[in-house]
Design a protein around this ligand. Sequence first.
Ligand code: GLU
Length: 419
Amino acid sequence: MDHKKEDKNICINCEERLTDIHNLHNLTKEEQELLNRPKRVLTVSIPVRMDDGEVKVFNGYRVQYNNALGPTKGGIRYHEDVDLEEVKVLAFLMSLKTALAGIPFGGAKGGIEVNPDELSKGELERLTRGFVKEIYKFIGPHLDIPAPDVNTNAQIMAWFVDEYSDIVGEFTPGVVTGKPLILGGSEGRELATSLGGAFVLKRFVENFGDKKENLSVAIQGFGNVGMNIAKILDDWGYKVVAVSNSRGGIFDQNGINIKDLIEKMADTRDFPSGFGKEISNDDLLLLDVDVLIPAALSNQITKDNADEIKAKIILEMANAPITKEADQILEKNNVEVIPDILANAGGVIVSYLEWVQNSENYYWKEKEVNEKLKEIIESAFDKVMNLRKEKDLNNIRNASYILAVNRILEAERLRGTLG
Ligand code: GLU
């Protein structure tokens, strides 16, 4: 890695992605300079008293990438592979995601380098409260609003609200989203990422797909997002033939009984027997299916396996599951990729709706939330597809990037940051 650039607060991977946009769209030097580095980066160390009495110190990060369109917004992940450069890229992608969705937020991301499976509930709570103590001055309903991401959930957001409210001296539910319903969460938030992805896929298939019915689907990742999109697509008549996670997976050419499987996996991440052939997380990616849905971690489709992908459509429900080199191979092979910043925007869209409800202190029914989500995400999808047609762009990712970057730059110009 180029440490000089890292020291200068450049986001190396963001810079590479921006070069692609620049090649298509001619960004000025000023615009590139503004966009290839985060606005603010926080690196903190969090001392936690463990159950055995020892103190362990964890590394935490919060990157607030761009705030031209409003307070920064984005999840916090707990994972042993979290590092600053990755958090920067994910914060950059959040800035594009909120801009593309047309919601009044900038983009951020945070993370703690930890394997949460190794912590007790008490340790996890103390770690979360410790993180809030380190970053509270830089977050708030009109400043930066965290949310769940990989390995974080509504309980962790509840501790977040409690700690922040204690520090500032008043109940402040709008400081995070993805909260439990009883503490100011929104109906529909738990399902939102998956439902948003399903709306986008359906619209794509109906308007642009060669085959419209009985599409076969393989899903990598069976956490909140993977499980719920499996359930929704199964309900809508798609044939989910394979699902997997880091511990294993299942494949049945005739379609898996998703409802029974989800019931059996309520308290475990191990796949039960009797639902189909065993399959690994890696093999799932190469199945001959109509739709492939990576819904786990980043960098799953790389230059080493991209050429072997047989799916015709990839719906990126994870953030950044396809590397840049792999993207080029997929494009050459005519695989349509619906990019993360569009496909998984449902989560942050309903986070926005949660934040609005917190501001008004008035709460909507699930039907109302889902209708608004559908309207917002379909409108973003239509804008992307129109721009792709208008500019004759090779892929949906570039069209999405251009739309998002244009919105951010317009706000920067109006605010006077750019000339
Ligand atoms: N972590 C989710 C994402 O990557 C949701 C972020 C949010 O709701 O702020 O989009």
